[in-house]
Design a protein around this ligand. Sequence first.
Ligand code: ATP
Ligand code: MG
Ligand code: MG
Ligand code: MG
Length: 343
Amino acid sequence: SKTTIAVLHGGRSGEHEVSLRSAASIMDGLRDVGQYEVLPVFISREGIWTLEGVRVAILPEPGIGGLYVLEGEKAGEVIPVDVVFPVLHGTYGEDGTVQGLLELARIPYVGAGVPGSAIGMDKILMKAGLLAAGLPVGPYLWFTVADWEENKKQLLKQIEEELAFPCFVKPANLGSSVGISKAYDSAQLEKAINEALQYDRRVLVEKMLTGCEIECSVLGNDRPEASVPGEIIPCNDFYDYSAKYLDDNSGLEIPAKLAPETIKKVREMAVQTFIALDCAGLGRVDFFVDEKTGEMWIIEINTLPGFTSISMYPKLWEASGISFNELLQKLVKLALERFSQKE
Ligand code: ATP
Ligand code: MG
Ligand code: MG
Ligand code: MG
């Protein structure tokens, strides 16, 4: 019999649109494989879950084992689910919240568990975790909205002295570059911080890193493997939301043209990042690599990276010998494997 996979998509984050695109590709791929029954579960921007227009829910109670129908003829019935694929990017999806619900409901799911998802989404905690593991992170500062309101002048001065211009301002929890700005002077910095504070109570400011932007895909549970790395060539000043999804002029160089020893180091560090942050299933690690100085920094991991057929995550696996559909099969298998370890 077929394995039933509920594909969660949409969601309450600023990356709702991106999720719809990833999910369309993933659902096509899963259907192509033939051995799966796909249940498309749409989550509205308000957080309402529907399966083909009918409200459904996962209840935080073990033993129900599927989607509980909330309305209509089948109200009160349960549609069994074998695996959930949360194709959700950003808050309320990639950050451990949905993963926590699935843990309570005891339903296997693709990707990292609660701590890996939460730490991977929070750039402040993520950097702390990477530094604790001895992994390279560029200079940065972080503060809360309260710090900002009380010590604005002092913070602006400290940022300018310690990080210089231009610098990158980011909300702690988000993705797709939403809320991120590159600030070239003090006035832009202040504006950028206020902008980032629209998305989160905590903000970080990073020194601008040099070299090229490299990404590496990781796949596995306890023995994760890294793909060949790829390079991002953004069409804008940096890889902002429009360079990622709207302009269509950004380039991907796969594999990245780096020295063999640099490639080896990137792959090793991608795996170390994945393990240090307690990830599972999949993750895409973003780097800056400066071959002139020999320096290398990890900017972040994405525990549910963009996943259309032209996204970096599956493209890097394709270049490493794993097709899009094979990748999906491996992810489902990894989800079931991890679940059976916990039982
Ligand atoms: P994603 O869509 O990958 O989840 P994100 O919103 O989590 O993105 P980052 O990856 O942290 O954001 O940053 C977005 C982009 O900004 C990077 O891809 C890069 O182009 C640029 N960038 C971020 N931090 C730095 C830095 N310290 N130095 C130089 N460029 C940076
Ligand atoms: Mg990210
Ligand atoms: Mg992301
Ligand atoms: Mg990124």
